[in-house]
Write a protein that binds this ligand. Structure first.
Ligand SMILES: [Zn+2]
Ligand SMILES: [Zn+2]
Length: 127
């Protein structure tokens, strides 16, 4: 019998990530999880984040900063990374044509792409 072990903590992590569009890192998740689970360890948070991103429930974003960020919104979208304040902002541009162009070059099939835009966000650009 297949048993999917139910985990309150994992559910809470998903709820927490669904509550924000800020693409937080593991430290933020740990800090906020401790409000509900005061005894939770950072290792448990890391393990759950890894499981959830490995099975596709959440996205793990590696922006090149060395810190992984997490996103509960897994619809096809790209990300903008502000190189001044490190904010990550969703970009919902229509990018299918890029897949088609890549397919022409590869000669196979593109299922998805990972794309980051880098620059300055609105508030950093106005300083
Ligand atoms: Zn910024
Ligand atoms: Zn996102």
């Amino acid at each position: 019998m297949a048993t999917q072990k139910h985990s309150d903590k994992r559910d809470a992590i998903i709820r927490l990530l669904q509550s924000t569009k800020e693409h937080p890192d593991a430290d933020w998740v740990y800090f906020n999880m401790r409000k509900e689970f005061p005894n939770i360890s950072l290792g448990t948070v890391y393990r759950n984040l890894k499981q959830l991103s490995d099975n596709g429930t959440i996205l793990r974003l590696e922006t090149g900063s060395g810190t992984e960020h997490f996103d509960a919104f897994t619809h096809d979208h790209s990300h903008f990374v502000c190189t001044a304040c490190n904010r990550i902002i969703d970009v919902d541009a229509e990018l299918e044509s890029i897949d088609r162009r890549a397919e022409e070059q590869v000669g196979g099939r593109i299922d998805f792409h990972r794309m980051f835009f880098y620059g300055r966000c609105k508030s950093c650009n106005n300083v």
